[in-house]
Design a protein around this ligand. Structure first.
Ligand SMILES: Nc1ncnc2c1ncn2[C@@H]1O[C@H](COP(=O)(O)OP(=O)(O)OP(=O)(O)O)[C@@H](O)[C@H]1O
Ligand SMILES: [K+]
Ligand SMILES: [Mg+2]
Length: 665
């Protein structure tokens, strides 16, 4: 891959803007080159010479080429940013005022979408665009999110469950939903996406900062070497001009990696965006390269997350109708998709009875794992078997058999009980997302252990784990258990990734080194994680890991190359510089460059051209195939270390053949 002309043309203005020394502060190596360029410009004006002007021009080009790398990397996201911006055009929002928290009984008013604030309620109907990021608080709708995700199939967004988050700019295809806005103007998901693809929001990672500091220190060391050389040369009656020493300094300091460092980081983020993963931090991308364990939530992450009630299994001696009525009653006010599906199963096409007056609702929570109502002195509950039997205070062999029957197929059993009596079981069915098993096998090959963590019971968990092919399971996990497991793994020195979609996954997503939230999930999950997968595919982590590894390898390889290059240049130019004063150096002068002046110019030209030559590699990344880390390290040291030592000799010699034809060199 070469840089094409359009790419260069669009990147050039940005590269010129970056000549501003204040912007160069972030890249100290290039700042030193720029200061050197200013110095040689002044020297050449005072005392013009071919050597002076050649060095000056090529020092300026060195800074420009260095900026170009970053600018080209940033430019790659521009087109995508432009199409995302189209989603931000102002629309009219139907804001609700003065009603209940779910919008009931409210007045509607028309306002520009740009005036919406966090907490506002808006209603969106079929054919309308969702005016801002938010959470569905009432209703179910199918939504076209293709503008953001690129996936043309509509997705379901509904209140109550883990599929409640909606993105501003996407379009409702059917039905009517009430959305509570969760972002302030200018801070929406699409705003963040634009910032990401343009690279403007990128923060340097601790690793990058550490490497910059190292490069800065090397620069200081080489500056000291060059200054002392000035005195040594003077003392040995082979005085060297400030111009020549400036050129020598630029050749010695690690300009190549200094110039390419941020481009490598931006390109890594960009590669993720192309795979529909938004990384909110570069640190997470680097961490992904070293992941040892992947924890996954079950419902909505490994499975499609559309848990539907499919049958009711009454305990022996219990009237099936009594079970049905209790299941219905416990679900009338249960706004989760599971709850609504129970209502649909029992009421069928018939009318759904209203919530009885005076009923006290017990909402579902991930900690209690139950939901239900208290009404007229009756208490009805449904929920996880262990939770409900604990509530009732006893278990029943017949019930255990029903729970086992549902769980062994991978279904979720919800036990129904009323006033201390166990009535039966609701069978919730969910489907494992396609292609999981093969991909988890690939993950194992990468050395990553997969653990499914779920609030569901152990039998269901094992059935799904078996079907999906994960290595391990943690069942009946509360949000605290998920968090504790991550901490435990981290304390063992392992790098942990977590994929989840629910609000109850949020603490774990925040704690994990790499927290990937499913785009179908809740706002809380998406804000807690440091990545969002727009395709909601947990096996995408494979690509994320590969991109992370490739980023680390590319940075390592180019650093090796750059430093080996600088060392080689030292030996290539010094003999040429001093051979006039010390004819004994002739033996070292293996390159036989035309003259000391042309040696200096050739080295400076080579130094600048190497940056341009390596931009494509920095953007594309060094080739990577799974294998032992040691073998890879050996191979890269050989290729980039040895390559870095040899190329300057060849390159400088070739350039010397050309520049020595110029008069005055
Ligand atoms: N609406 C509901 N009413 C009563 N109980 C429920 C309801 N929804 C789920 N449960 C029970 O609570 C358990 C935990 O559900 P939750 O959705 O919090 O699981 P989780 O920890 O997110 O794990 P996963 O998403 O993998 O199932 C479920 O396994 C089920 O037994
Ligand atoms: K250099
Ligand atoms: Mg969940």
């Amino acid at each position: 891959m070469m840089l094409d002309l359009t790419q260069l043309r669009t990147a050039l203005p940005g590269a010129l803007r970056k000549l501003d020394p204040r912007l160069l502060l972030a890249t100290p190596v290039l700042l030193v080159v720029e200061l050197g360029a200013v110095l040689t410009t002044v020297l050449s004006i005072l005392d013009p010479s071919t050597l002076g002007w050649m060095v000056t021009v090529w020092l300026w080009l060195t800074v420009l080429f260095g900026n170009l790398a970053e600018s080209v990397a940033e430019g790659r996201g521009k087109a995508q940013a432009a199409s995302l911006r189209a989603l931000q055009t102002e629309t009219t929002a139907r804001r609700l005022t003065g009603g209940k928290p779910d919008g009931e009984g409210a007045q509607e008013e028309q306002v520009p979408s740009t005036t919406l604030r966090t907490g506002d309620l808006v209603v969106v109907e079929a054919g309308e665009r969702i005016p801002g990021d938010g959470e569905v608080v009432q209703g179910v709708a199918s939504v076209d999110e293709s503008a953001v995700t690129g996936e043309s199939a509509p997705v379901i967004r509904e209140s109550g469950g883990d599929r409640s988050a909606v993105t501003g700019g996407t379009t409702v295809l059917s039905d009517r939903i009430v959305v509570r806005i969760t972002s302030e103007p200018g801070q929406s998901f699409v705003d963040r996406m634009i910032g990401l693809v343009e690279g403007s929001e990128r923060q340097r990672t601790p690793n990058e900062i550490a490497l910059s500091v190292l490069l800065g220190s090397l620069t200081v060391v080489f500056a000291a070497v060059v200054v002392s050389l000035y005195f040594v040369a003077d003392y040995s009656n082979a005085p060297q001009s400030v111009l020549v020493l400036t050129a020598l300094l630029v050749c010695l300091i690690p300009t190549t990696i200094g110039a390419l460092l941020s481009a490598i980081g931006i390109a890594g983020m960009d590669r993720l965006v192309r795979r529909n993963v938004l990384a909110m931090s570069g640190r997470a991308v680097e961490a992904a390269g070293d992941v040892d364990v992947l924890l996954l939530d079950k419902t909505g992450t490994i499975t499609l997350g559309n848990r539907q009630a499919t049958e009711l299994l009454a305990l022996e001696g219990v009237d099936p109708d009594e079970l049905a009525q209790a299941a219905l009653l416990s679900s009338l006010a249960d706004e989760t998709p599971e709850g609504r599906s129970v209502v649909t199963l029992v009421a069928g096409e018939g009318t759904v009875p209203a919530v009885p007056a005076g009923a006290e609702l017990v909402e579902f929570s991930a900690t209690t794992r139950m939901s239900g109502v208290d009404v007229d002195g009756r208490q009805v509950r449904k929920g996880a078997a262990s939770a409900v039997t604990a509530w009732v205070g006893r278990s029943d062999p017949g019930l255990d058999a029903l729970v086992q029957q549902v769980s062994s197929t991978g279904g979720t059993p919800l036990v129904v009980a009323e006033d201390g009596r166990l009535l039966g079981v609701i069978h919730l069915k969910d489907v494992v997302k396609p292609g999981m098993r093969e991909r988890f096998v690939e993950m194992r090959a990468l050395g990553i252990r997969t653990v499914m963590i779920t609030g569901d019971n152990a039998v269901t968990a094992h059935a799904i784990a078996e079907e999906a092919g994960v290595d391990d399971v943690l069942a009946e996990a509360t949000p605290e258990d998920k968090l504790a497991l991550i901490r435990k793994e981290q304390e063992g020195g392992r790098m942990v990734a977590m994929c989840g979609d629910g609000t109850n996954d949020a603490p774990a997503l925040a704690q994990a080194d790499v927290g990937v939230a499913m785009n179908t999930g809740t706002v809380a999950a998406k804000e807690a994680g440091n990545m969002v997968d727009l395709d909601s595919d947990p096996t995408k982590l494979i690509e994320v890991v590969e991109i992370g590894k490739q980023l680390l390898i590319t940075r390592g390889a180019l650093t090796t190359f750059s430093i080996a290059n600088d060392v080689a240049k030292y030996f290539a130019i010094l003999p040429a510089m001093f051979v006039v004063a010390f004819p004994q150096l002739e033996v070292l002068n293996v390159m036989r460059l035309a003259s000391p002046e042309s040696a200096i110019v050739s080295a400076v030209v080579f130094n600048a051209l190497v940056i341009v030559a390596l931009i494509p590699l920095a953007l594309r990344g060094v080739g990577y195939s799974p294998g032992s880390a040691q073998a890879l390290l050996r191979r890269n040291l050989l290729v980039y270390g040895l390559g870095g030592l040899v190329t300057p000799f060849l390159g400088i010699k070739l350039i010397d053949l050309v520049v020595s034809t110029l008069p005055g060199l």
